[in-house]
Design a protein around this ligand. Structure first.
Ligand SMILES: [Zn+2]
Length: 108
């Protein structure tokens, strides 16, 4: 069961797994910036679940950075989030960020 906190630009969000909570039929996840909750639909494969998490995380980051959601125009559109979060998901999966951080924070 997914249930953990995450800091997003100084705001504490909770990530949880639930069935259909507030979601439209085709949605796999939900980012509720009012209640600071990211919900991932339960029963997804690990890949689809993590991809969905990165997608919803991108919504949360943009919102906390001041880019309010608007699906018609601007920076925070569904199209942008879909494309960017796909790329981010793959970069996160393909690299070990704990190791990469060591190169910067633990170099002598
Ligand atoms: Zn979205």
């Amino acid at each position: 069961m997914i249930d953990f906190p995450i800091e997003i630009l100084g705001i504490l969000y909770n990530v949880q797994e639930e069935e259909y909570k507030g979601m439209n039929e085709g949605n796999l996840g939900l980012c509720d910036t009012t209640n600071c909750e990211i919900t991932i639909r339960s029963g997804l494969t690990p890949d689809r679940g993590f991809e969905t998490f990165v997608h919803e995380l991108t919504h949360a980051i943009l919102n906390e950075a001041g880019y309010r959601y608007c699906d018609d125009e601007g920076t925070h559109t569904e199209d942008f989030v879909e494309r960017f979060s796909k790329a981010l998901y793959q970069v996160i999966l393909d690299n070990n960020f704990e190791e990469i951080k060591k190169y910067f924070y633990e170099r002598g």
